[in-house]
Write a protein that binds this ligand. Structure first.
Ligand code: UD1
Length: 379
């Protein structure tokens, strides 16, 4: 009998950070299945893709779908079509498809797989912002609805899925694989940034959500807030390609430069983690950075009205400020004064989530008689 494969699909920057520990755990545990790594090509630049493969030790993709950028419909459709063709033509015995996170690649690959009767495993299932104006929320809802195994990263995931009527037998709480990558890379960060104590306190800024950057009014308000912070702290701002275009379109780049902000291209994983761990505060609209700052105990102000990651508020160092910059100004002062809240541990954010992912996938495949139970393989 040919060996069963799990197709692991990744397409955008945060996906790469999530699949790295899973692939490493498969190499270490050697379960009775193999993986085929599929890159959709949603992110294709060296700075949004290649650097993550290099720094996180991810093997080159086995398959590249070259989907590229485009409107949501076009991008999703291109991935859907290309991934379906791959699944139909592949000589491999693909027993399941694993998708991660909430990007367009996630729903596109899940949809292609489900329609071909391939079981779908969703890693980071159950997160909900309850805001359907976010493309990621649509991706999460639709992906979970057609997934067969839902691997949950934080406590709210289980609650949300149960409330939607998902049978508990399909849900496994595995914890947060993004924290696995962070824990694994901290050593590399320390060796690269050691002895840099002289650096002045700084605020690290990351922004890319369409709701913040595509509106002239909102992006101008964010920039004015950053200019005020620049009076108190150095601003370090690695700029996502989407944000870079909008800052240029709206004539805001110079305003930041005149305030002394350090504007950088998108950073590699290790460089970004280094800056995040040394920052006095982080201002962001990213999902993953809310989690990473919570784990690192670095204060995080999130420029969004909601979060699908509520543990970062209840347990972590995150506060939602939305576009309320009066509130944000007061919190910045609290952070500088050292009186801002401290974080506490979140269950399963322990650096070992990927092992639980491999165990859960093995158990899932064994129940479907695709592989023998792990206990038999180990004896
Ligand atoms: C996507 C995800 C978002 C995730 C983010 C991380 C969706 C709906 N959104 O948003 O959830 O947080 O990735 O970055 O899937 N571009 C490049 N180089 C690239 C890829 C894109 O310069 O390699 C530019 C293109 O101009 C493109 C724009 O960035 O149009 C946006 O890329 P896209 O993948 O559509 O969405 P993101 O904003 O990156």
């Amino acid at each position: 009998m040919s060996e069963p494969y799990v197709a692991v699909v990744a397409g955008a920057r945060p996906n790469f950070i999530k699949i790295a520990p899973v692939l490493h755990a498969v190499d270490k545990i050697r379960p009775p299945f193999s993986t085929v790594l599929v890159h959709t090509g949603q992110h294709y630049s060296a700075e949004l893709s290649d650097v993550f493969f290099q720094q996180l030790g991810i093997r080159p993709p086995d398959i590249h779908l070259d989907a590229g950028s485009g409107s949501h419909g076009r991008q999703t459709a291109r991935i859907l079509e290309a991934f379906e063709s791959f699944l139909m033509a592949s000589p491999l015995d693909i027993a399941a498809v694993m998708v991660v996170g909430d990007v367009n690649s996630t729903i596109a690959a899940a949809l292609a797989a489900a329609k071909l009767g391939k079981p779908v495993i969703h890693l980071e299932a159950g997160l909900r912002s309850f805001d359907r104006t976010m493309p990621e929320e649509i991706n999460r809802l639709a992906t979970d609805a057609i997934s067969d195994l839902l691997l949950v990263s934080e406590p709210c995931g289980e609650t949300n899925l149960r409330a939607e009527g998902v049978p508990p037998s399909r849900i496994r709480y595995v914890g947060n694989v993004m924290i696995d990558t962070l824990v694994a890379q901290l050593g590399a960060v320390e060796s690269k940034t050691g002895g840099d104590e002289s650096a002045a306190p700084f605020a690290l800024v990351t922004l890319h959500r369409p709701s913040n950057v595509d509106s002239r009014e909102n992006l101008t308000a964010v920039v004015e807030f950053l200019v005020r912070i620049a009076d108190k702290l150095k601003i370090v701002f690695p700029i996502h390609p989407r944000t870079k275009s909008r800052l240029t379109d709206f004539g805001l780049t110079e305003r930041l430069e005149r305030a002394g902000a350090i504007l950088l291209p998108p950073q590699g994983y290790i460089e970004n983690l280094g800056m995040m761990s040394r920052a006095m505060l982080v201002l962001t609209d990213s999902g993953g950075i809310q989690e990473e700052t919570s784990f690192l105990s670095v204060p995080c102000l999130t420029i969004r009205e909601n979060t699908e990651r509520p543990s970062t508020i209840s347990h972590g160092t995150n506060t939602l400020v939305g576009l309320d910059f009066v509130k944000a100004d007061a919190l910045v002062d609290q952070i500088i004064a050292g009186s801002y809240k401290k974080g506490r541990p979140i269950p399963g954010w322990d650096g070992r989530a990927a092992y639980r992912v491999v165990e859960s996938v093995s158990e899932f495949l064994a129940l479907r008689h695709v592989i023998p139970p792990l206990s038999e393989v180990r004896n």
